[in-house]
Write a protein that binds this ligand. Structure first.
Ligand code: PNW
Length: 481
């Protein structure tokens, strides 16, 4: 007996994803205020090529071109994020609203809908208004941050709530917490490492930040559900997680360490939402550095997902450490490796040191989180790859991105296998990314787009081969009603 042919459900939606600071540019235009990324990029040494999002893909002025690209690729949906400081330049609940910023997004949503494309909006993709960081320490200040985020979200729901039915509160709170407050490699760059930052405490701050983001998420979900959701609105948070394979599959300690690693990356946020508490492994390792839940806080957080947003890129090998965990450890006291004990590489090298593709890991991850969280509806909100040395190739070769074509083919089929064979309840997939864009600390040297952006030639856009490779895969896999 053979396997059933893998498919995806009839209501499945797919498309491409981007984020405001990575594509919009126009950081000083029409009243936008600075975000923590504008400030972070100004510090020498923080961004690989010394660049910033000041121009990026110039999407603020080329939104119509981006919509045309989506249409050309046949994408039924588009995930993008709003720049909070474009809407409220200083960010706070008593600060003025920038009508031009608001109008930009209203028009963009109207144009998407007119083109038949379903908008999926991320309220927060890392570009915190700079003033809120300076005024009260941003995420570190629970009362102020939660109140300001709630005010911003309500303002947005008021103008877009009737048109937009898919909402994401936060993108990858793990990155905001760990990369922003432990390693300091992302804005605002706080860390205990005094060679990188004069301020920060890697032992405590990331856990406080994660906690406060969860409360802000829960608060905004309640607002949405009570005041705006209607019949068909949906809201959730997007987490990120690589799959983990044991470095030595014969060693039970490495097998156990994989679960611990997944818990530190994903269950940190998903357990409070689905189970009402932090994972035992984190409580055990972090002790009183992990904040505790007030009853009214966890009541807001528990059951606050209409869908599980999942960003996924790759797999790593996990080897347990035998020493006691360091105070700045955020991985569950493990080593993360690209090769296993037998010297086998998990997948091919890409331009990003952390990213090695292994499509089967995607299926394993979807199954693991489905089992742990009771088969929630899953939206894959990012998946994609960069290509080793792509930026240095001649344009013709960049456009012929077979490596990315194969990545999407493998990963989308792995997802269909998870749906058909493992009962995973997956209903959406957004490829990262529509465009080559500002890849945070890696600057413009790393390209993730299915569209080539010519940064030296007026941000001209040219579709790569991968852009049109995705539509036919979904056409083939999605069941007809
Ligand atoms: C995601 N890591 O970020 C983000 O949501 C995107 O904005 C980003 O462009 C994309 O992935 C590609 O990197 C991540 O170092 C950035 O493990 C870095 C890591 C993970 C995710």
């Amino acid at each position: 007996m053979g396997y059933p042919t893998s498919t995806l459900p009839p209501d499945f939606i797919w498309g491409f994803a981007t984020a405001s600071y990575q594509i919009e540019g126009a950081t000083n235009v029409d009243g936008r205020g600075p975000s923590i990324w504008d400030s972070f990029c100004k510090i020498p040494g923080k961004i690989a090529d010394g660049s910033s999002g000041e121009v990026a893909c110039a999407s603020y002025n080329r939104a119509h071109e981006d919509i045309a690209l989506l249409k050309e690729c046949g994408a039924p949906a588009y995930r993008f994020s709003l720049s909070w400081s474009r809407i409220i330049p200083l960010g706070g609940r008593n600060d003025p609203v920038n009508e031009k910023g608001l109008q930009f997004y209203i028009k963009f949503v109207d144009d998407l809908l007119a083109a038949g494309i379903t908008p999926m909006i991320t309220l927060f993709h890392w570009d915190l208004p700079d003033e809120l960081d300076k005024r009260y320490g941003g995420f570190l200040n629970k009362e102020e941050f939660v109140a300001d985020f709630a005010h911003y979200a309500r303002l947005v729901f008021n103008v877009l709530g009737s048109k937009v039915k898919h909402w994401i509160t936060f993108n990858e709170p793990w990155c905001s917490s760990v990369l922003g407050y432990s390693t300091g490699s992302f804005a605002p760059g706080r860390t205990s490492d005094r060679s990188k930052s004069p301020i920060g405490n890697s032992a405590t701050e990331p856990w406080i930040v994660g906690h406060n983001i969860l409360i802000a998420h829960g608060t905004v979900v309640k607002i949405y559900r009570d005041e705006f959701k209607g019949e068909d609105g949906q809201i959730g948070i997007t987490l990120n997680g690589d799959w983990a394979e044991p470095w030595d599959p014969e060693n039970p300690a490495d097998v156990e360490a994989c679960t611990r690693r997944l818990e530190f990356a994903m269950s940190w946020f998903a357990d409070p939402i689905y189970h009402g508490k932090y994972p035992d492994s984190m409580v055990k390792q972090l002790g009183n550095r992990l904040p505790t839940w007030e009853p009214e806080e966890i009541a807001l957080v528990r059951n606050s997902n209409d869908f599980f947003g999942m960003n996924h890129y790759c797999t790593t090998y996990v080897r347990t450490k035998t020493s006691e965990p360091n105070l700045d450890d955020f991985e569950g006291n493990v080593d993360l490796l690209h090769e296993n004990k037998a010297g086998k590489s998990i997948g091919p090298v890409t331009q990003s040191s952390w990213l090695r593709p292994y499509a089967l890991g995607f299926r394993h991850l979807l199954k693991w989180l489905s089992e742990r969280y009771g088969y929630p509806k899953i939206y894959v909100t990012e998946n994609g790859t960069c290509v080793l040395g792509e930026n240095d190739l001649p344009v013709e070769q960049i456009l012929n991105d077979e490596f990315r074509v194969k990545y999407f083919d493998d990963y989308i089929h792995a997802m269909a296998n998870a749906y058909t064979r493992d009962g995973v309840n997956v209903h959406a997939y957004m490829a990262w990314s529509l465009l080559d864009n500002f890849e945070w600390a890696e600057g413009y040297e790393t390209r993730f787009g299915v569209t080539y952006v010519d940064y030296k030639n007026d941000q001209k856009r040219i579709l790569k081969k991968s852009a049109k490779s995705i539509g036919p895969i979904f056409k083939n896999l999605i069941e007809k009603d």
